[in-house]
Design a protein around this ligand. Structure first.
Ligand code: SF4
Length: 472
């Protein structure tokens, strides 16, 4: 009997990259390869890199070098580097890293098939403008529980001064609404309950095509997909959200009242320097959201140490956070990318100050997060069960609708038993800075399985059969 060939994937960076990695796993499986968690035993190793900021680039290079060691000590015969770093620097990387056999870009997921089965060129970096994921592409999910990312567009039409994404991923290309809905139905048929909509600029969905439906229409159509229970929207640009979108967030039974809106800063002078469009009166944006969607959970991300950020502007940002009491916050230290507009600005902030500012914001938010979490104690929540916790196989973890996968906290579940991949009821008994502890009602419901009528799509939409080594 012919032995299947094994392949190991490392997926770095954001959920958008994660979806690309899942497509490549699907491509490899279609060519007869079997994914393995054991890099030492894999015949092929693929590293899907991130090139967003300096730290991500460094991590990507370190990972490539680490994986290259398996060519000497393990079974690796082919080392493939893909993704944003490779898209940006394939020529330089090819010179500096003779141990890498092939370089693909951020839009060459399907070309992996060629690399795996034919004599392929060493550099196969295509034009990102040619690529948008389609429902017919093979994809194997790597997310836990019954959750999946759903990429609704590629690229970005904005020009924020600090961001290199439009240079790497190109202008925005929205998928057709029918294709997104078709993929959502495939995902639901394979047992997915939660769809996490991602793209670079989700609120701009459809705007790149004249007369195309927008985000609100997409959410309404996704709300009709059989089997989906939660629809979550990530990366909304801080624009005035239209009434229809707010109504969906407030009233639609499947669109969770969760708004992930990266604000990047709060001082209007800084936002101007960062070339952020939209409203600079972010207090008004938050007030309107809370007025229109009373139970909304808010997540945001901020950059500290951008050129020109004064002590007063940083204090304005900290004051905003104290006032807004957002539920979840990510803090990033500015990274000076040579091809970005912000790079040309003077008044750079030194590394020590940038780090101090990041630490101060994280400490500030920790207290706010604790207070927010304590407000859940005594409440009954619906929890999507992900699986066993990292600490113990005996303790299950899940998330309530106000917690997004991989970036927010968990609900640790006692009592039960509860089944991974199902929804359960749980009463919160205590809170920590970022997580909740809750007593779950027993739930023996089996996770949904693909229907036989959808078997062919289920083969292409495999789920839970592979774990990518992911770093985000
Ligand atoms: S909207 Fe986001 S992805 Fe687009 S340029 Fe701005 S920061 Fe980058």
């Amino acid at each position: 009997m012919k032995t299947a060939r094994s392949i190991h994937f490392v997926s770095l960076g954001c959920p958008k990259n994660r979806v690309d990695s899942e497509v490549m796993v699907g491509v490899a499986q279609d060519r007869g390869f079997v994914p393995t968690d054991d890099a030492e035993a894999a015949e092929v190793i693929v590293i899907n890199t991130c090139g967003f900021i300096e730290a991500a680039k460094r991590e990507s290079i370190e990972t490539i070098l680490e994986m290259a060691m398996h060519k000497q000590t393990g079974s690796c015969r082919k080392l493939v580097v893909t993704g944003c770093l490779s898209q940006r620097y394939s020529g330089d990387l090819a010179n500096d890293m003779p141990e890498v056999d092939h370089f693909l870009g951020s839009s060459d997921m399907l070309s992996l098939g060629t690399v795996l089965t034919q004599a392929a060129p060493r550099i196969m970096v295509g034009n990102p403008a040619d690529w948008v994921i389609r429902a017919s592409d093979p994809r194997t999910l790597s997310t836990r529980g019954a959750s999946a990312y759903l990429k609704i567009a590629e690229g970005c039409n904005r020009s924020c001064g600090f961001c290199v994404i439009p240079q790497i991923r190109g202008k925005q290309r929205s998928r057709s609404i029918d294709d997104v809905v078709l993929e959502a139905q495939h995902l639901a048929d394979s047992g997915v309950l939660e769809l996490n909509l991602v793209s670079q600029d989700t609120i701009a969905y459809g705007r790149d095509q004249k007369g195309a439906p927008g985000l609100a229409e997409l959410l309404e159509r996704l709300g009709d997909v059989r089997g989906v229970e939660w629809i979550r929207v990530h990366y909304l640009y801080p624009e005035k959200l239209d009434e229809r979108l707010l109504e969906l967030l407030r009233e639609h039974p499947k669109v969770v009242p969760y708004v992930d809106m990266p604000l990047q800063h709060a001082a209007p002078s800084m936002l101007k320097r960062m070339l952020r469009g939209g409203s600079t009166n972010l207090r008004a944006v938050v007030e309107r959201l809370r007025e229109k969607v009373p139970n909304v959970v808010l997540r945001s991300a901020f950059i500290v140490g951008h050129p020109g950020e004064t002590d007063a502007e940083f204090e304005e940002l900290a004051g905003f956070l104290r006032w807004a009491e957002l539920d979840h916050v990510g803090v990033f230290q500015y990274s000076d990318e040579e091809s970005c507009t912000s790079h040309a600005l003077s008044d750079k902030v030194d590394d020590e100050t940038t780090e101090q500012r990041a630490t101060a914001l994280i400490d500030l938010q920790r207290g706010i997060s604790r207070k927010k979490n304590e407000s859940y104690v005594g409440r009954e929540l619906t929890v999507l069960v992900e699986g066993a916790s990292e600490e113990s196989e005996l303790v299950m973890v899940g998330r309530h609708a106000g917690q997004a996968p991989e970036v927010d906290g968990f609900v640790y579940l006692s009592h039960g038993p509860v089944q991974p991949g199902t929804l359960c009821k749980a009463r919160v008994v205590s809170a920590t800075d970022y997580d909740l502890l809750a007593e779950a009602e027993p739930n023996d419901a089996a996770p949904r399985r693909p229907k036989s009528a959808n078997q062919s799509t289920a083969v292409r939409r495999r789920r839970g059969v592979v774990s990518l080594r992911t770093v985000s």
